[in-house]
Design a protein around this ligand. Structure first.
Ligand code: FAD
Length: 412
């Protein structure tokens, strides 16, 4: 290999893969870049799939990270509809499904995550919708219309967003959640309660402690309902499964790379093989703001941050400063923004008005803010994110006093 122009192969043409390819060129990498993606569409944003795209407010073209010609114009070889099957680390070669291979000097794994599946005895493959790709969203859109009833298995962010989109389309929605509350794995109790109440007020039925046993089919063979373990049934026309995702790390594990809940990487996204990086949803990464605790993040900002880390590492730029992780969700007229991760938080403080759907929940450890969940509260989100990054102590009294501006709280 030529040290100055290594040949780079990126597996996974999603948000992280597309971003790192573009950044490498932007930072002056002149060697070959091959971007391999199993979908038929170039890198695109997934967040709108459960929101604006599902509601029909935007089309597939607007989801794309870059126009199609960008890749050829920048000397990036885009191999769509192509799946990487195995990595030979000794030969530095990626075998492609259906034959062929790609040699690399440096390899970037950006394979993302895959939805968890459920199996129900009488369900046919086409009975259970999911949301991960444009193709999934297209299928769901084609059957979700005014007057239909959508049953959503799983009350996570994607399920809640899909319920809000269904209501916007004039469809009914029921959320079937196994845990005692929606968002149980990803939000605190107060936030779960708020979202449950809000969805119910919008006409969504929420059943918690709901164990889905099987589907019911009508005489025409179409889905007519969902059967639960307590013997009850929920009538529906369409079923969406949103029960979480797992890192697509099998390729890496088969190649002998260190894997945990994803591919283990260091703070420049390098794996246990110095020639291989892993970024985005697939990475099990250190969290510098939390004593390098290892974590896996499924969010666009994380994909962007790690893409930047790798591009800098490859072209020899200094590593970017660590970012405070963040995430957002849009439901109805609610904009939820979350910064930080509440590992080991010992207290929660609420600022603002839950009743008015304008508030923020701060997660603290002692007098340090670890995370903030902000609903229609951009100032609280912005200041919270800043304070998490700075690890500065906060005045708790001022934090909950609405007469003190967030700017003042952050500067105190
Ligand atoms: P992806 O963008 O998923 O890309 C991975 C790509 O790799 C896929 O195209 C996959 O087909 C391909 N691939 C996998 N294996 C192979 C292989 N062997 N060979 C070739 N290609 C392969 N995040 C937010 O921050 N805010 C949101 O509101 C939000 N909403 C979301 C809504 C939905 C419906 C979904 C599905 C996700 C949402 N996310 C959101 C998460 C966000 O989209 C992901 O965190 C982000 O896309 C991660 O980027 P990635 O490149 O790691 O993975």
């Amino acid at each position: 290999m030529s040290e100055s122009t290594p040949r780079i192969v990126i597996i996974g043409a999603g948000h992280a893969g597309g971003t790192v390819a573009a950044l490498l060129r932007q930072y002056g990498h002149t060697g070959d870049i091959v971007l391999v993606g199993e979908e038929l569409i170039g890198p695109y944003q997934r967040p709108p799939l459960s929101k604006a795209y599902l509601k029909g407010d935007v089309d597939a073209e607007t989801l794309k990270l870059k126009p199609d010609e960008f890749y050829a114009d920048h000397g990036i070889t885009l191999r769509l509809g192509t799946s990487a099957e195995a990595i030979d680390r000794t030969a530095r070669r990626v075998a492609l499904k259906g034959g062929g291979s790609l040699d690399y000097d440096l390899l970037i794994l950006a394979t993302g995550s895959a939805n968890r599946k459920i199996t129900l005895p009488s369900a046919h493959a086409h009975d259970l919708h999911e949301l991960r790709s444009v193709a999934d969203a297209e299928q769901l859109k084609s059957v979700l219309e005014h007057g239909k009833r959508l049953a959503i298995v799983g009350g996570g962010y994607i399920g809640l967003e899909a319920a809000a989109s269904a209501r916007a389309l004039g469809a009914d929605a029921v959320i079937l959640e196994l845990a005692p509350r929606v968002l149980a794995r990803v939000a605190c109790e107060e936030l779960s309660t708020f979202f449950q109440d809000y969805h119910r007020a919008k006409g969504v039925k929420i059943v918690t402690g709901a164990q889905v046993l099987d589907l019911e089919h009508g005489p025409d063979g179409h889905v007519s309902g969902v059967r639960l373990a307590d013997g009850s049934q929920e009538a529906c026309d369409v079923v969406l499964v949103g029960v979480g995702a797992m890192a697509c790390s099998q390729l890496a594990a088969d190649a002998g790379l260190d894997c945990a809940n994803g591919v283990v990487v260091d703070s420049s996204a390098r794996t246990s093989d110095p020639s291989i990086f892993a970024i985005g949803d697939v990475a099990w990464r250190p969290m510098p703001l939390y004593d390098d605790r290892m974590h896996r993040l499924e969010s666009v900002p994380n994909a962007l941050e790690q893409a930047k880390q790798v591009a800098c590492a490859i072209v020899g730029r200094p590593q970017p400063a660590p970012e405070t992780p963040w995430f957002w969700s849009d439901q109805y007229d609610l904009k939820l923004q979350i910064a930080g991760v509440p590992f080991d938080a010992d207290q929660r403080l609420i600022r603002g008005s839950v009743a008015d759907a304008k508030f923020a929940i701060f997660h603290l450890q002692g007098d340090r803010i670890l995370a903030v969940e902000a609903v229609n509260a951009p100032a609280e989100f912005m200041a919270g994110r800043l304070m998490i990054g700075q690890k500065r102590p906060v005045d708790r009294r001022k934090l909950t006093d609405m007469s003190v501006s967030m700017k003042e709280v952050a500067l105190a």
